[in-house]
Structure formats: C-alpha cells, structure tokens
Write a protein that binds this ligand. Structure first.
Ligand code: GLA
Length: 730
C-alpha cells in the first residue's frame, strides 16, 4: 500500500520506495502539507507550530486563536484572498465579482492504477503499478471544489499531481489554477532552473533561494528555449551523489510559470502550472477544468538519483508507441547538408552515400512542399513540389527504400505563410487580431489550432502525405513563439482561454495522428529544443535537442537536458566542420561521441567526406548500434560540470552494473599538465572492471574514489570514449 489514511488523526501518507509525502487535515478542515522527503515514520505536523505573527490574519472560525493563520501554515493547495499573502495556487472570480476562495477538506478516495486527464498528456501505468488518491476540497461559502489528484508510483519514487476545479450551481471565472503547490517547512534551499535561447537551450543555473519570489516561466505559447518547465530544489550541500533534492517537471507544452517564494518565516512555497498572465477560463455551472500534470520526485542521494527517477518515469510511463523501446534508426537529415537547395537526384545521392556508411534512414527536411525555396513562403501548402521532386514523395520514398533505407519527412503543421494557398483561402485560420497587423516570426503566422476545422484540415493533409508514400518518420517542427492571441471562434470573455485551447488542439491532433499512424517515429522540434517537455514526449519519443550541432556547445546543452529528460529522447546529430552555427572545428571523433549520447544521426553531405572520414563514420555507427541499448536504457551519470570545468564527461552504466561506457571531451588542452583522473559513478565497488580496449583492470571502488586516468589530450575538444566491463569480484 502506497497510500495510508488515518481517519482519526487526519494524517495522509503517500509512500514510495524511498520517500514519504505527508498531508494533514487539521481541526478546521484545512489540508496542510507537512512533509516530502525520506522516510520519517512520524507525524511531521510537530514542525509546524507558530506564534502570533503580526499582520498575518486569522480565519473567522478559529476564534481568538491568533497563532493560527493561513499566511504561515504549510498548505497543500493555497487559495487567493483568505489572508494567505503568499503566491496562491488557485484564484477564481465569483459571479458577484469577489475573488476569495477558502477550500476545506470534504472527502477523499483511493483507487488502484493511475488517473488519466482527459485531453492532456499524463503519466500512465498499469493497475498494479500505481495508486491514485483524490482529495476533494470545497469552498466554505460557494460550491467551488478542487479535486487534488495524486498518482503514487512506488517503484519509480515518483508522485504525480493534477487538480480538477469544479464549479457548482453558479458560474465562476477561473483566473489561476496551478498544477502544483508545494510548501516546505524550511528555506535552506538552492534552486536549479534551465534557461537559454535559440541554439543554447537548458543551461542549468543554480542559485540560493532569496527572500521574496523568484520565477522561471514562459509566455511564448510554448515551453520555450528561454526557460524549461522543470525545476530542482536542493540542499546547499547537494551534489550529484549526495544530498537532498526535489524535482518537479510539468507535463505541458505551452506557456507556464514556476514560482518559488521564500517567505517571512523562511519557509518555501513552490508553485507550478499554467501561466496566469495567459489564462482565464469560464467555468459554467456544473463544469470542470483539468490542470496539466506535474511529476514530482525526491532523492536523498543527490542529483544523479533524481535524474534516474525522471528518466525512468518519462521513458517508461510518458513515452508511448511502437518506438518507445524499439531501436531508433540512425538517420541522416538533409537540412545542414543542402538546406533548401535540392532535387530528387541530390537527395537520392545523399541517401546512397549514407546507406554505404550504415545509416538506416534518410530524412528530407524543409523545402519539399508548396513554393518553398526559402523560409518566407509555402507553410500550410502540404503538397509536394513536383519541380524539385518529380514523381512526388512516393517515387522518392521508393528510390530510398531500394537502397535498403527508410524514408522520413519534415513538417511544420502549426504554421502558415502569408504567401501560401492555405492563407489565401483561409486568412481567418491564422492567429491574428482583426484591425491589427500581426507580429511575424520567421516571416510566418500561426494557425488557430483551437479550431476543430483547422485540426481536421491538418489531420487530413498529414494523413494524405503519410498515405501517399512509405514514410517511417515525421519531424514535427514549430518555428516561432506565439503572440497576438485571438481566435475568431471565441467570445471576448473567452479570449484568454486561447493559449491553453491551442495546446489542447495540438494534443488532440497529435493523439489522432499517432493513433492512426502507429508505425511512424515522431520526432518533436521547435527550432531545435524550444518545446522540449514531457508533454511533447507523450506523442513523440524523441525531440531534436537544439539547432546548435557544435559538439562543444551541444555537450553543455545535453548536460542541462539530462537533469530531467532521458537520453533516448535527445535527438542528436553529427554535422560538418567548420560548424554552421559557431564556425568551430572539432574532430569527427568528438562530434560522434557527443551525438551518440542521444538518438543518433548525421546532418551533413556525405559527398564532402574523405575516404578516411567515411571509414570513421562506419565505425561510429557500428559502435553506436552496439551500445544503443546501454545508452538508451542504462543509468546516465554526469561526471563533470561542463558549465564550470574544462571538460564534459558522462557515462552509461547497465542496470546490472556490468557494462560501463564513459564518453566526453576535454575542452582546452594545455601542455605539461598532470594526466587527469576522472571519478566514475554508479559502479559495483566490489567488482573488478576491465578496460575492453587496453585490458587494464581496477576495482569499482578505485574507479569511483580515485578515478580513471584520462589520456593526455592533443588538440582542443579532445574526445574520449572508454568501455569497461565487469570481470569478477575484487
Ligand atoms: C528548424 C529546425 C531545423 C530545420 C529548420 C528547417 O530550425 O530546428 O532542424 O528543420 O527548422 O527550416
């Protein structure tokens, strides 16, 4: 049993393999949050004793007890307007214009299995893999209810949360509905968030919590390159291997807000969910609103364990479909090879050369449809450009299949170019405000995906493409941020629903397509990793990680990505040098090593390769295929911090600890340095490990405590790859 309810004391405990989460219904029916961490086997409410804190008011029903205040207590789902002046989780406007909600415990129920959320991606599990707890809170003066749902994944050390807000016999406007409110009794935390920009996503930044509110959010309509919808709170002494940390990851692909408040009593509140600036929802009488889900995990063994928990739950309980576990094909993508400048012959030539190297699939990127010779036209016209590809996609796919390869295709379905037949036929399908000139992004506008007819058009257009040729893969791109929010279909009072309705429309379309075409491998993309989130991973088991393919930069981007997202989800390619984004030259070996730490492929023109480079690529592909299982399903360890150190190293360790792959690079080479030792992690300390190439042996303990000696580097961005195998016991 993972859910324990003591009706006499009001204590509710959720337990997972290593953690315990406690709530308590107090004498006033307020649901307090009293613990999240390792096992304590004690009712932790003894920690929440307060005095009379001035200017922190007291609910009417507590009488003259001035020590009881919603402004100080740790709350499970904090409301606005009732004297808790910290960030609220939920806020409604009632019919009379008042904005107060005072939610108190009503009832709860427990059932086997994991709840699902209609229309939204969420962790899924078999009946015997999870338990669900639903706690209903009700406003003391209206019929508004909040149903707090908890999915307890015992083995994964994960708890998921989502909230359903229900109106009663009166309509209300929902102004804010967070997915997560987590109050922690202390404030001694660092927080790690992931910021960035296009071509530089998910840069981890670790800061001490400061008094007041700190935030990481996106108002771009997507989860964005600029901030990721994931956050870690960790003790100041927390490292990869030691210390307490809590991670939260929103399963959503639109605008979001993560806020942390370090309050007057030096307690911490974490709020995560839809961005309230771009949200309001009309709840008609007797209707419901479901928030997106948050995945929570806690580790007392440092950040590596926390990442393993997230990797496992996302890989095994978010990703779906035929490619969830199937070996991902090694692909070659045409974008950096030829950009818009191609015809059938050029593409077939790339495929033929790549097939000889051992590549499994050719992906035709942007430019194959409509009048699309640059990025200013054609989006929306999903018909093959016969001038470039006479014989259409069917003919091309057959030529590629004849080489023993699969064929994949790029699409950017959510967009429309003004210079397109689609826009000329349906200008009202674009998101724009009548009477205002819209903001363009990469010269393009967005389609209003909240509209069913737009979804249907895209479903039909994409179905036709997929039925017209043997297509094994789709890269689903999305190349701008969203603004000018307005839908012709919504009334003025409902316009603030559009940002969320857009995401619901996108999910509905993806659900239909992935069901209809289960054999297709779907890869997400948004100018690289501008929508890298667990929401998209529910439909696409891999996402193009960044438009920056420079190995040095990529090693940092992939480092940041690895805190939450599994390695199999990371689309990663070897490109040419000088690199097209930075002009940097790195060795083919280093580029191969970096790209292999993901779902691997190439993005270059093989025609330009020397015979020696071709031989090296053949060998890379052979090695990747050999190690693919270990890379995608093994435990991943970050061995250095590339943001502050002169090297980027990581490793994969098989579940039974018998196989180890260490990869990485030394950034800057300096003469006359002592040969560096790299401390490994996650090994069996009592075992002997042998270097498969040199035959040298060490104990696991020596490799973890003393480290493995790295070769003396020659040249910058010096790539290193070491295979170790368990040979026996030390
Ligand atoms: C985005 C993608 C690239 C490529 C281009 C094509 O930037 O991230 O990989 O597909 O679009 O226009």
């Amino acid at each position: 049993m993972a859910i324990h309810i003591d009706k006499t004391t009001g204590l509710i405990r959720l337990t997972t393999k290593n953690t315990e989460y406690q709530m308590k219904i107090d004498d006033h029916g307020v649901l307090q949050h009293i613990w999240y961490g390792g096992f304590v086997n004690t009712d932790m409410s003894y920690l929440t004793k307060y005095g009379d804190v001035g200017f922190s008011g007291n609910p009417y029903d507590v009488g003259d007890d001035r020590s009881y205040s919603l402004d100080t207590l740790p709350l499970e789902y904090a409301c606005a307007g009732t004297g808790d002046y910290r960030i609220p989780a939920v806020c409604v406007t009632h019919a009379d214009g008042s904005r107060v909600l005072d939610l108190r415990y009503e009832d709860c129920r427990v059932y086997a299995g994991k709840y699902s959320i209609p229309g939204l991606p969420a962790v899924y599990a078999e009946e015997d893999e999870a338990q669900t707890l639903e706690i209903t809170l009700k406003d003391i003066a209206s019929e508004v209810r909040a149903v707090l749902r908890y999915g307890v994944m015992e083995t994964e050390d994960v708890i998921t949360r989502n909230v359903k807000i229900c109106s009663g016999s009166g309509a209300v406007m929902l102004n804010r509905a967070a997915s997560l409110c987590l109050d922690l009794p202390d404030g001694d935390w660092d927080w790690i968030h992931f910021h960035g920009r296009h071509m530089c996503e998910r840069m981890p930044e670790r800061r001490r919590l400061l008094h007041g509110i700190q935030e990481s959010s996106s108002m771009r309509g997507t989860t964005s390159h600029q901030q990721n919808c994931s956050v870690i709170l960790c003790s100041p002494d927390c490292t990869e291997e030691r210390g307490r940390c809590i991670g939260a990851c929103l399963v959503y692909s639109g605008s979001f807000q993560t806020q942390l408040e370090y309050d007057q009593l030096e307690q911490t509140r974490l709020i995560m969910g839809l961005h309230p600036e771009l949200f309001a929802w009309r709840l008609e009488t007797h209707s419901e609103f479901e928030t997106p889900e948050v995945i929570l995990s806690c580790s007392e063994k440092g950040l590596a364990q926390l990442s393993h928990n997230f990797h496992r739950v996302i890989r095994e309980h978010i990703c779906r479909g035929n490619y969830q576990y199937a070996e991902r094909p090694v692909l070659i993508n045409s974008w950096e090879a030829v950009y818009f400048d191609f015809d059938t012959d050029k593409i077939v030539k790339i495929a033929r050369d790549a097939a000889e190297l051992g590549v499994d699939m050719l992906v035709l990127d942007d430019g194959w449809f409509g009048e699309r010779d640059d990025d200013c036209s054609g989006l929306g016209d999903w018909f093959v450009n016969e001038k470039k590809l006479p014989g259409g996609l069917g003919g091309l796919a057959e030529s590629i299949k004849a080489l023993g390869m699969k064929f994949g295709l790029w699409l950017e379905p959510e967009m429309v170019s003004e210079n397109s037949d689609l826009y000329r036929a349906h200008p009202d399908w674009a998101i724009r405000i009548p009477g205002r000139r819209p903001t363009r992004g990469r010269c393009q506008l967005l389609l209003d995906l909240s509209r069913r007819e737009v979804q249907d058009y895209l479903f039909d257009a994409i179905s036709k493409i997929l039925s017209s040729a043997d297509i094994s893969y789709i890269k689903w791109d999305m190349n701008r941020s969203i603004c000018d929010w307005y839908s012709e279909e919504l009334e003025p009072a409902g316009q603030r629903e559009l940002p969320h309705r857009y995401v619901l429309g996108l999910y509905s379309l993806l659900e239909r397509l992935t069901r209809e075409f289960p054999d297709v491998l779907w890869e997400g993309c948004s100018g690289g990793g501008g929508r890298f989130d667990a929401g998209m991973l529910y439909y696409c088991p891999q996402i193009w990680c960044s438009d920056d393919t420079d190995a040095y930069e990529r090693s940092k981007i992939q480092y940041g990505t690895s805190f939450f997202y599994p390695i199999s989800a990371v689309g990663s390619h070897v490109s040419t040098v000088p690199n097209h984004q930075t002009g940097r030259v790195t060795s083919l070996k280093t580029r191969g090593i970096t790209a292999m730490a993901g779902s691997f492929g190439y993005e270059l023109n093989p025609d330009a390769l020397t015979a020696w480079e071709k031989e090296e690529i053949r060998e890379q592909i052979r090695r990747f295929k050999n190690d693919r299982q270990l890379i995608h399903n093994g435990n991943y360890y970050r061995l250095t911090d590339p943001m502050t150190q002169n090297a980027s190293f990581w490793s994969f360790v098989s579940e039974d600890l018998s196989e180890v792959l260490v990869q990485g690079m030394i950034f800057r080479t300096e003469p006359n340095r002592k040969q560096a030792a790299l401390r490994l992690a996650g090994l069996d300390e009592n075992a002997v490990y042998v270097n498969k190439e040199t035959g040298e042996t060490w104990s696991g303990s020596a490799l973890m405590r003393g480290g493995i000696l790295l070769p003396r580097p020659w040249g910058d961005y010096f790539g290193v790859e070491i295979h170790l195998e368990k040979e026996g016991n030390a």
